[in-house]
Ligand binder design. Structure first.
Ligand code: CAO
Length: 230
């Protein structure tokens, strides 16, 4: 017999709470060629400044830009679902595989940070996670969650909400796939699937679809991120 205690006990409670929320799923595919190229161009520069640059900092920044347009997706809802509180800070959480198990630390105020600063903080969180040193200050206050299961594998997922948040997205692996271009020719494209789960008590499908389309447009044309740089 293996007792369920500590972090795993916390997970049991969190999952049971989330299970009570009626969710709906929405999925789409993202053409990653633009982001693959951009990351390849910037990776060494980031490395020269001591930071490992993955896709995630761009994906998080894209989410923050889209959340500006759809603030209800960046909110908390109380247990009885009587009040939905839009959060000003985009504290984007990331499901992280650590030796202590699944943890979901967040990067605070993504809306105010550069892609480089997000990458830097992500590196720090990964280091803390692997050393088992993530604390309450890293784990509390998330407002929107992404789970990059695609690093491990897989294409689609049914992510579970991190209550009281109302939206979570899971990313599949980036894979080379055949797709038709404008001339009806089959060409290779780098494709990543996203699977969203949303709290259907406070979010409707149209809002989620519009948010996803906007987020996707920032990833497919990452130069668009420059337009909203401050
Ligand atoms: N598909 C293909 N390659 C990917 C990828 C994807 N979806 N996401 C990242 N990669 C690449 C990165 O670009 C990087 O490539 P290089 O070695 O060439 O630089 C490499 O894979 C490793 O990236 P990473 O792990 O640092 O990627 P990240 O910053 O996006 O992810 C983190 C960080 C914390 C999400 C990840 O380490 C992790 O723990 N993933 C597991 C998530 C998880 O447990 N989910 C479970 C949820 S429900 O139980």
């Amino acid at each position: 017999m293996v007792p369920i205690k500590g972090l795993q006990r916390t997970m049991v409670k969190t999952m049971e709470k989330a299970h009570k929320v009626p969710t709906f799923g929405y999925a789409d595919e993202i053409v990653m060629d633009g982001l693959v190229e951009l990351r390849a161009a910037l990776k060494q520069t980031a490395a020269d400044r001591g930071v490992r640059l993955s896709y995630m900092p761009f994906i998080m920044k894209a989410a923050s830009h889209a959340l500006h347009e759809y603030p209800v997706l960046n909110s908390h809802v109380d247990d009885e679902c009587t009040v939905v509180t839009h959060k000003a800070s985009h504290n984007i959480a990331l499901a992280m595989d650590t030796p202590s198990g699944l943890l979901v630390p967040n990067i605070k105020d993504v809306q105010a940070k550069s892609v480089f600063e997000i990458a830097q903080e992500l590196n720090e969180l990964q280091a803390l996670g692997s050393e088992g040193r993530l604390g309450a200050e890293h784990l509390k206050g998330g407002t929107f969650t992404l789970s990059n299961i695609g690093v491990i594998g897989g294409t689609y997922m049914g992510p579970i909400l991190v209550v009281p948040q109302v939206m979570i997205g899971a990313l599949g692996g980036v894979k080379k796939m055949p797709r038709y271009n404008e001339q009806d020719e089959l060409v290779p494209k780098m494709i990543m699937e996203v699977s969203w789960s949303a709290d259907h008590r406070v979010l409707d499908g149209v809002t989620v679809a519009k948010f996803s389309n906007l987020w996707k447009s920032y990833i497919e044309t990452p130069q668009k991120l420059l337009l909203d740089l401050r």
